[in-house]
Design a protein. Structure first.
Lengths: 693, 274
């Protein structure tokens, strides 16, 4: 037996092989037609630039599509998906090898390549598929976690793939048995079938069985291929495309701006107003449910489910079909508002896209971080909120008070007992308007409404100011000229109000030639970093933890203060603010600072860093009264308390107030304090005669 | 039908206590860093008028009128964003603290001018009182100037049989009245006339709606006379009351000692007050 001569006969035992090619024509035609329908639908969307920065896109594609970077974050699903995914790739390659060998003059399916790849490797990966599908089936039919959507389609997909792999091994096994294949040992799984069948069946029976099952295998496989574009199996193509065209600017920069001069509608209530990428998102969903699984609103029992929002919109898009194409104002050529009004609204009390669900979102972007295929759920929720707020003036009462206050007082805290400068009492802090030369200030300390106007946070901004002063940083504040950055208005959906506030702030900062900004509010930080550049305001922006970390690193801030470091003996857990962590990728700076809090031990909550769980205050939710049994802050506070830490460190004024309330409700008899990183740092390194009051 | 709603711009009543200061010379609050807002009862009046128009099915024109500084244009724009049809600002002439009678005369003159141009107003709606001075007389004095019957503390207007059905709050409950235009009502708040948040499109459209500006001279009013006021009362002095609290702790090692000490101090304090 010469291994270099090893091969097998293609189409052994099969007659009418021309029929394979005949059947392939309608299969590929239906497959192509199905995807053409999809592409046509996506093209009806509004423009979006998602084929720029090809290098970065390719990297992301390799990491998260080819490399399954996000899929494998979930252990169980990651394992079975990888088994099936790699199995599919190898079996597809094997089929291609057969086609090349049989239909071209290149007879490559022989020798060691035949034995090692086409026999052994293919058999092993075929087994992977069987095992992977079995694991998926156990989850879907036995353990039944909540995050899945239980459709017949999903079950049929598992059955079909299993049948394809199994029948593949059957025909291989019977061929081996009947032909007494000398290379049988190289196909271990097929050989097991051969050995098992041999004593039970005659050669003739196996030969007949082979013909029947061979054609059955072919029909199932072709049927499956034709079915792909019409089922969630289309993710095999839509998911990689969606990853390639993902938003590269981070979640903090994922909201669109609106041109109020030309927009026919503000916000979105019709599919035709989404961009083509939004529409692609709907078709890329694999129903894995990870978004809903991590959603804070959903976790505490609210009706918001990002998964169902995407799936309901996908369903609406498929149902509306051609009507959506004819009437949508896609490509800007449609007949506008009137035509689109005939379409079904996307916001519908009876679906997952209900006003109640939309207004439960904290815009924390946990859904987007969890999505293996980079679907952008949160911006769509904000798009729909924009429609409700700006076109319908329909939103929860707390948000109304907040917006009223923003309009008339430029801060969201109606009824605050403080002015923007009260916190500076006794600190003698420079206010830009009162300085002879505001350019002397090296950095603008942006205080933020949450820092200046909420009692418990005034200590944080005092500590920050004192640390800056201790490091010799020449800084100044805007004082009464500071306005809300507009973040709460923007997240709630009042883009108009946000734009007004943003333009006002940009103008003020321009007047003083501000170039560098440090702020203790991650929401302000995000606005400056990702949103103000659209309104002509580009600054070097730092969260106070980043700035202080740099000061310590460079030695400008002396880390060996004489202050009381009694807090140093404690255990600290850090709560990552969504708008610092997930939205802007900063996880280290606050932890570095906490490491400086003498002797303190840091423990991590189970959900931390990029999987951090929102405090419940983002997206304007800090201004809404949550039902007592559906409070996101208490869910998070419980997790913090459960770490055994006696200090919950925060880096955001909204997190501070939300977690203060939550911790007080959940700490029981234990003494657990919520403190900003700056407060803790001042306690550790500040001057002893100047401890924060 | 034609409705007219009077608006007043006031200092934000939510101004933090520390920011609230008084200018003794003018005998009025200093603006300081505080914002100017529309008086809440005036916004309730706008909302009430809008709800009347919605109930009447459309054929109702609403005009907003304000006597104030040029900054009061914001209040009128906001009213138009809430979908009031047109607005008129009578610009104040250096007189920072006009009394209710003077305001009544100015508003009456402006209303007569508007009526000359566009026909009579069936109903005039005025906020119950303002959030700054809280005098609550402008409505009544304006009705007197206009020679119209007036009803106070009205919370809703509904189209009735040939007239208007009014609901008003009284000490003993809700009174329902039928009124024949023309009349004047002062509006109070209830849970149904919370001012609506304007739709963004309406906010943008409000800048395209007509806003007429009149001066006291246009109304043939003598600004000196208005400034002098004609009330039966005069503000002599205004000040922020101060509460000085002295706190002392009852000392003692045991509870009994502390209670004894507390009782002793109470006796002393009572004796000193005499």
């Amino acid at each position: 037996m010469d291994p270099t001569q090893a091969t097998r006969e293609v189409f052994w035992n099969i007659e009418y092989t021309w029929l394979v090619y005949v059947l392939m024509v309608p299969t590929l035609a239906i497959f192509g037609w199905g995807f053409w329908l999809k592409i046509r639908r996506w093209r009806a969307g509004q423009p979006a630039v998602r084929f720029d920065r090809l290098g970065e896109r390719l990297q992301l594609f390799l990491r998260n599509a080819v490399g399954q970077g996000r899929t494998i974050r979930s252990r169980y699903a990651g394992v079975f998906h990888t088994l099936v995914y790699t199995g599919f790739i190898v079996l597809f390659l094997a089929t291609t090898v057969v086609a090349i060998h049989h239909d071209t003059p290149l007879h490559i399916m022989k020798g060691h390549f035949y034995l090692v790849f086409q026999s052994l490797i293919v058999d092993v990966f075929g087994l992977f598929v069987l095992v992977g599908v079995a694991l998926a089936a156990i989850r879907r039919w036995i353990s039944k976690p909540n995050l899945l959507v239980y459709t017949d389609e999903a079950s049929w997909i598992l059955v079909t793939i299993f049948v394809m792999a199994l029948t593949g091994f059957m025909v291989e096994g019977w061929r081996i048995a009947v032909t007494d294949d000398p290379w049988a040992a190289w196909s271990p799984i097929g050989n097991v079938f051969a050995l098992a069948s041999d004593p039970l069946m005659s050669d003739a029976a196996m030969q007949t069985g082979h013909v029947v099952i061979w054609w059955f295998h072919l029909v199932v496989a072709f049927g499956f291929i034709a079915w792909v574009p019409f089922s969630k199996m289309s993710h095999v193509f839509t998911a990689p495309l969606n990853i390639f065209t993902a938003n590269l600017d981070g979640y903090g920069g994922s909201l669109k701006t609106i041109d109020f001069e030309t927009a026919e509608r503000f916000g979105i209530n019709h599919l035709g107003d989404f961009t083509w990428k939004d529409l692609l998102d709907f078709d890329a969903c694999t129903e894995c449910g990870r978004c809903t699984d991590v959603c804070p609103a959903n976790t505490v029992g609210k009706s918001l489910s990002p998964r169902d929002i995407i799936l309901d919109l996908q369903g609406l898009m498929h149902r509306q079909g051609d009507q959506f194409l004819l009437n949508g104002n896609g490509n800007g050529n449609g007949s506008g508002a009137n035509a689109s009004d005939e379409l079904l609204p996307i916001i519908d009390q009876k679906t997952a896209v209900s006003p109640e669900a939309l207004f439960a979102c904290t815009t924390c972007a946990a859904c987007m971080e969890a999505c293996p295929v980079h679907i952008e759920q949160m911006p769509k929720i904000v798009d729909a909120r924009r429609y409700l707020v700006m076109e319908e003036a329909d939103f929860p009462e707390g948000m109304m008070d907040m917006m009223n206050s923003l309009e008339s007082r430029q801060h969201p805290f109606a009824g605050t007992q403080f002015s923007r400068v009260d916190w500076t009492e006794g600190l003698d802090i420079d206010v830009m308007a009162e300085m002879d030369d505001p350019h002397e200030a090296e950095v603008l300390m942006w205080v933020g409404c949450g820092g200046a106007l909420v009692e418990r946070n005034r200590n944080t901004v005092r500590a920050t100011a004192k640390l800056l002063r201790k490091a010799g940083v020449k800084f100044a504040i805007l004082g009464r000229e500071e306005s809300c950055t507009g973040d709460p208005a923007r997240r709630v959906g009042n883009e108009f109000l946000f734009e007004m506030l943003a333009k006002g702030n940009v103008e003020t900062m321009q007047r003083y030639g501000v170039r560098k900004v440090v702020t203790s509010c991650p929401h302000c930080f995000n606005s400056f970093r990702n949103e103000y550049p659209h309104f002509g305001g580009s600054y070097e922006v730092y969260h106070h933890t980043q700035f202080l970390d740099q000061l310590l690193e460079s030695g400008r801030l002396d880390g060996h203060g004489a202050a009381d470091s009694s807090s140093g003996s404690s255990t600290i857990t850090f709560h990552d603010p969504c708008y610092l962590g997930r939205h802007n990728g900063e996880y280290e700076a606050p932890r570095n600072l906490l490491a400086k809090v003498g002797g303190a031990r840091q423990v991590e909550m189970e959900r931390s860093r990029n999987t951090s769980f929102c405090c419940g205050g983002g997206g304007g939710m800090a201004f809404v009264d949550e039902p007592p049994d559906q409070r996101v802050n208490q869910e998070r506070a419980q997790e913090a308390v459960d770490t055994g830490a006696d200090v919950v460190a925060v880096g955001c004024p909204f997190c501070a107030t939300m977690l203060d309330d939550g911790v007080n409700a959940r700490r029981g008899d234990r003494e657990v304090k919520v403190r900003d990183v700056a407060e803790l740092l001042w306690d550790a390194v500040g001057d002893s005669d100047q401890t924060v009051p | 039908m034609k409705l007219l709603v009077c608006l007043k711009q006031i200092l934000d009543p939510d101004v933090p206590a520390r920011d609230f200061q008084i200018d003794p010379a003018v005998k009025a609050a200093r603006r300081g860093g505080a914002n100017l807002v529309t008086n809440i009862f005036c916004e309730n009046a706008v909302e009430t008028a809008l709800q009347f128009r919605e109930a009447a099915g459309g054929d109702v024109k609403i005009t907003a009128l304000c006597y104030g500084e040029s900054s009061a244009e914001d209040c009128l724009r906001k009213a138009m964003a809430m979908t009031v049809d047109e607005a008129c600002l009578v610009e104040r002439d250096g007189n920072t603290n006009p009394d209710a009678a003077a305001v009544g005369r100015v508003l009456a003159a402006a209303i007569r001018r508007l009526e000359q141009d566009g026909g009579p107003f069936d109903a005039v709606l005025v906020g119950r009182e303002s959030g700054d001075w809280g005098v609550g007389q402008t409505g009544g004095l304006l009705a007197e100037e206009l020679g119209r019957p007036a009803l106070g503390f009205v919370e809703s207007l509904q189209p009735g049989n040939g007239g208007v059905t009014l609901r008003r709050q009284t000490d003993v409950g809700i009174e329902v009245a039928e009124a024949e235009p023309p009349f004047l009502v002062t509006i109070t708040n209830n849970e149904d006339n919370v001012p609506r948040i304007p739709k963004t499109r309406d906010v943008m459209m409000s800048y395209r709606k007509p806003l007429q500006k009149l001066s006291l001279a246009d109304l043939e009013l003598d600004s000196e006379e208005i400034r002098a006021g004609s009330s039966i009362f005069e503000v002599e002095e205004i000040f922020i009351p101060t509460d000085e609290v002295e706190c002392e702790l009852a000392e003692g090692d045991t509870l009994e000692e502390r209670v004894d000490q507390l009782a002793k101090r109470i006796h002393e304090v009572v004796a000193s007050i005499g």
